[in-house]
Design a protein around this ligand. Structure first.
Ligand SMILES: Cc1cc2nc3c(=O)[nH]c(=O)nc-3n(C[C@H](O)[C@H](O)[C@H](O)COP(=O)(O)OP(=O)(O)OC[C@H]3O[C@@H](n4cnc5c(N)ncnc54)[C@H](O)[C@@H]3O)c2cc1C
Length: 476
């Protein structure tokens, strides 16, 4: 049926309002949802819903879904987003609840036409978006999905998602030289038209709204938000030139200068990986490229790889049998051991120092993560899913694909070509913390020990440190 002009206008009149639902894309640069909404709608309403199941809920094994460091990071990010949106003429609508219910109520109230959002690909997020879509259909509205999480667009890849190589090196070789990376989309130049319906926009909640203690004054937790993300990458590149030695420094443990510290910003979408790539290329053009500058790109490819694995293998990444669907995987749970691991009381200094850093800051280096995960699975012989859930709870940079993907690898249920990836804690400690500086930083009771003893204290009790829960001899 052809529509006459009058009917067309009627349709257009009904299409003026779009809700932009921010999820893990807390930025205004390279944000397709804002751009699409601005193109298709006359009035735009940005929304963020603190999902009560995440901000107040618990994992299957009883950890808080999101501990306070990550919650604080998101609160910072929302405050920053609210300020940036205000500069675009928009007011951010904020609620705590179930996004599918809050958005449905709002869509009804403001008579919008579409909800624009980033499509998520892991189960909990998919369930939320599917449920929202189902309810929007009942009122003649729809979700319009956009993308923006990855460096590569899946449409540009030389294989369908279901044929993504399961081995990282094969994936990398098929993409890095042949597939271009698109430019990030710019921030809209003109202000957008805000919603004309009178609304209670709500306020940014505080930690206590989620029954979380306020952040320590001297906490070392990184500041969240798009502004901080851009400042951090500019500093890593142009400010300090740290990127130039990244290949050599990336396995360090102490301090915050040895790697880009982009992970938390990427996981909440405060920065687009395409913007990082664009800045990296600019840096290489101005100050030269080397193995280190390439390696930052290499690591970003790992991130894409794990996201593609999650798309390809679906829920398998969360299961004990992993994406390799291996049977008879150990599911033991000795909670005495698990609690000691969590509380940095295993008596193994290298493990405890890393676990203490995680508890205090919500961050742990990649080297540290590999070691404590291997220790949990291979030395303590515990169900890897419990360890992964604890990381999910604690990490500020928690990302379902990267977290569960990496745990799959270390548990030997991913598609790692090296079947038995085992980290000998003592060898690793002596190699990556040769002088024991990292251990001493987090475990000051060991400060007087020499570099040999600090990783293997013979009389822990007299120093006020705990006895080891496994004998050091297992690493001989
Ligand atoms: C058991 C385990 C769990 C992990 N869980 C997470 C997680 O939940 N979220 C997360 O972002 N990273 C996770 N990682 C990967 C990695 O440890 C962090 O991304 C990295 O330490 C963050 O520091 P950075 O931003 O300074 O990294 P850089 O070394 O500067 O790397 C740049 C970026 O590349 C990406 N990247 C680097 N290494 C990896 C990797 N192994 N897998 C996927 N992406 C990578 C990250 O986005 C990172 O920000 C995990 C690793 C292990 C071993």
């Amino acid at each position: 049926m052809l529509l006459n002009e009058e009917k067309c206008n009627l349709y257009l009149d009904a299409m003026v309002r779009g809700i932009v639902w921010f999820r893990n894309d807390l930025r205004i640069h390279d944000n397709e949802a804002i751009i699409d909404a601005a193109k298709s709608c006359e009035e735009v309403l940005p929304v963020y819903i603190f999902d009560e199941r995440i901000f107040k809920g618990y994992t299957k094994f009883g950890f808080r879904k999101a501990e306070r460091h990550r919650v604080k990071f998101v609160l910072d990010s929302i405050k920053d987003l609210k300020t940036s949106l205000a500069k675009l003429g928009l007011n951010l609508y904020i609620r705590v609840g179930k996004p599918e219910e809050e958005l449905y109520k709002l869509a009804q109230q403001v008579k919008s036409s579409w909800v624009f959002c980033n499509r998520e690909r892991t189960q909990e997020e998919v369930t939320v978006q599917d449920n929202l879509e189902q309810s929007l259909w009942t009122i003649g509205q729809e979700i319009r999905y956009v993308r923006g999480k990855m460096l590569y667009h899946t449409a540009d890849l030389p294989f369908p998602v279901t044929h993504t190589p399961d081995i990282f090196t094969n994936f990398r070789k098929e993409v890095e030289k042949f597939v271009g990376i698109r430019d990030p989309k710019p921030v809209p130049k003109e202000p957008l038209r805000p919603i004309s319906v009178t609304l209670d926009f709500g306020n940014v909640p505080s930690l206590s709204d989620f029954n979380l203690a306020p952040e320590d004054q001297d906490s070392t937790v990184v500041e969240g938000g798009e502004t901080a993300a851009i400042r951090q990458i500019d500093d890593f590149l142009w400010g300090t030139d740290n990127v130039k030695q990244y290949f050599e420094t990336r396995n360090q443990l102490l301090g915050d200068q040895f790697s880009s510290r982009m992970s938390a910003y990427l996981s909440k979408g405060c920065i687009s990986p395409k913007l990082i790539y664009q800045k990296l290329k600019q840096y290489e053009a101005e100050r030269g490229e080397n193995k280190s500058t390439y390696w930052l790109f290499f690591e970003l490819m790992w991130r894409d790889f794990f996201r593609l694995m999650a798309k390809k293998h679906g829920n398998a990444i969360f299961k004990l049998s992993g994406i390799a669907e291996k049977q008879n995987i150990n599911d033991d749970a000795n909670w005495k051991f698990i609690e000691k691991w969590q509380c940095a009381k295993t008596g193994i200094p290298f493990v405890d120092a890393n676990m203490k850093e995680l508890k205090h800051t919500g961050f742990m280096s990649n080297r540290g993560r590999q070691n404590v995960a291997s220790f949990f699975i291979k030395d303590l012989k515990q169900n890897w899913v419990i360890g992964a859930e604890y990381f999910e709870s604690m990490l500020i940079d928690y990302d379902p694909c990267s977290n569960y993907g990496n745990w799959n690898y270390i548990a030997g249920v991913g598609c790692d070509p090296r079947e038995e990836r085992y980290f000998n804690i003592m060898t690793q400690a002596k190699k990556y913390d040769a002088q024991g500086e990292y251990v001493k930083h987090w475990l000051p009771q060991l400060v007087d020990l020499n570099s040999e003893e600090v990783h293997n204290p013979s009389d822990a009790a007299s120093l006020g440190y705990v006895k080891p829960i496994v004998p050091f001899s297992i690493w001989n």
